[in-house]
Design a protein around this ligand. Sequence first.
Ligand SMILES: Nc1ncnc2c1ncn2[C@@H]1O[C@H](COP(=O)(O)OP(=O)(O)OP(=O)(O)O)[C@@H](O)[C@H]1O
Ligand SMILES: [Mg+2]
Length: 212
Amino acid sequence: MIVTIGSTKGGVGKSTLAVQAAITRTIAGRRVWLIDADRQGTSYLTMQGRIQAGHLPLIPCDHLHDWKQLEPRLLAEASNYDDVLIDVGGYDNAAFRVALLRSDRLVIPTAPRSYDLWTLDDVQSVINVVKPKSAALDVRVMLSCADTVGSDNEAAAQALSQYPGMTYQDTPVTRRKSIAAASALGLSVLEAKPKDKKAIAEVKAFTDAIFA
Ligand SMILES: Nc1ncnc2c1ncn2[C@@H]1O[C@H](COP(=O)(O)OP(=O)(O)OP(=O)(O)O)[C@@H](O)[C@H]1O
Ligand SMILES: [Mg+2]
């Protein structure tokens, strides 16, 4: 399955979630290919750091932010893997559109804030461009960078579950120091120490759901 983690909003945790899911699936025994389709190269650099630090298992990761490279590589190589994860840039661009055309699923991480919820209309306009050629694309929206306290998560979840054309995936990933710290080291929360059980449970539930 090919899953794109994308949004036209920046800084919502796309790269963090892509890195966490790629490592989690690999640890579970899947052959995973992580593609960083954002010119910033955040997830690619993260995985380079993982290699340099000597952390195993190794996870194939390519930086393919030019759609003219992304499309042929996907067509030629995706079938070599069980799971392909594409991390795209936080804006509308050709690589994002190619990723959507070739993906089975789009997962849109959204923070529980009004500005982030408003962005969904913009993401929908990009989906509408590819939809005629990608009718089977399954679009999911989920809470990322969720709060540890308060009622904003619930209010945002309510709004997301009513958004037309997208399925609300009820696997919130909370903003936690452990998640940011592990990701910066090229580690999943499953590997990082000290273990954060809540973070591990959230990342596992999110990862299982995006490939279910
Ligand atoms: N669940 C989380 N817990 C803690 N920090 C997080 C979490 N998710 C993301 N962050 C932090 O938020 C910032 C943005 O995250 P990230 O780079 O993953 O977002 P992005 O959507 O990929 O951004 P961009 O649009 O720039 O590519 C980073 O500092 C990251 O460490
Ligand atoms: Mg990113």
